[in-house]
Write a protein that binds this ligand. Structure first.
Ligand SMILES: [Zn+2]
Ligand SMILES: [Zn+2]
Length: 272
């Protein structure tokens, strides 16, 4: 890989294990062209408190901008945020934003987090969908579709709902109903504006053996003329560029030869 960046990162300011400074230093030492902080946005959900940035992001912004100064001339530092589908803040004034659905809304209106634990997803499947996994996935992709239509800089882990589904426990990822829901969400994204991420975050934390997203989604995105970005969704300094070789391999399997880098002077394409 010629050049790479790491712009999907979390720190102790949200639910990460390393400080922003440790994350930036690790990205620099790994040889990244740019590092982007993308803390989880605030939501009105009380249980999120402590795992997301405060509603007032002044301290977060100040720390990222301090690091920008510290690394001037060596590595670009970008100010980003990962906006959740339940966020009660906007990305106004940020260099970029990642649009990510982490929750779905059940038919009764209750919210369920899809990536927290396998038990929680199993409870959602029984309580809200009477065991109909495709119905669960359809509700999840309705949220992704809404985020995609907001034209984020990066569409985050589009098929996060598959996190605990490597064994096919929750739904059949080959089922036409499942695929139609995922593709409908993808089709809501603007390939001229939004980058689709190949995200290795669940691999570094031992939940999955392959990056997001599934190959059929990447191939469709390529047919739509869309571009991709490699991200680690890193929650600790040792994971800032985790699994990029495998992510690049997946990209090549979908026909890509380049990925996009976010830098302070805009977007740039790099050979995979
Ligand atoms: Zn996320
Ligand atoms: Zn993330």
């Amino acid at each position: 890989m010629s050049e790479f960046c790491s712009v999907h990162t979390h720190s102790t300011m949200c639910d990460g294990k390393s400080t922003l400074e440790e994350m930036a230093r690790a990205a620099y030492e790994a040889g990244a062209v740019s590092f982007g902080a993308s803390g989880h946005s605030h939501t009105p959900i009380p249980e999120d408190e402590g795992d997301v940035l405060p509603r007032d992001m002044t301290a977060y912004r100040a720390e990222v901008l301090r690091l920008r100064e510290e690394f001037t001339g060596r590595m670009d530092v970008l100010l980003g945020v990962e906006l959740d589908n339940c966020a009660d803040v906007t990305a106004e004034g940020f260099d970029y934003w990642i649009g990510s659905a982490h929750r779905l809304r059940g038919p009764g209106g209750a919210l369920y987090t899809v990536d927290w634990t396998e038990e929680l997803l199993a409870a959602c499947l029984e309580e809200a969908f009477q065991g109909d996994g495709c119905a669960l996935a359809e509700r999840y992709y309705a949220e992704v579709r809404r985020m995609a239509a907001m034209r984020p800089t990066i569409l985050g882990h589009i098929d996060l709902v598959t996190k605990f589904n490597e064994t096919g426990r929750f739904f059949d990822e080959e089922a036409p109903r499942y695929r139609a829901a995922a593709l409908e969400a993808l089709h809501a994204a603007d390939p001229g504006e939004t980058l689709l991420e190949i995200n290795t975050g669940a691999m570094s934390r031992g939940y999955r053996r392959t990056p997001y997203p599934a190959l059929f989604l990447l191939r469709e995105w390529r047919d739509m003329g869309g571009r991709i970005i490699l991200t680690a969704d890193a929650h600790s300094a040792d994971a800032v560029v985790y699994g990029y070789a495998q992510a690049a391999e997946l990209a090549r399997a979908a026909g890509y030869t380049r990925s996009t880098l976010l830098t302070r002077s805009g977007r740039r394409e790099a050979e995979l």
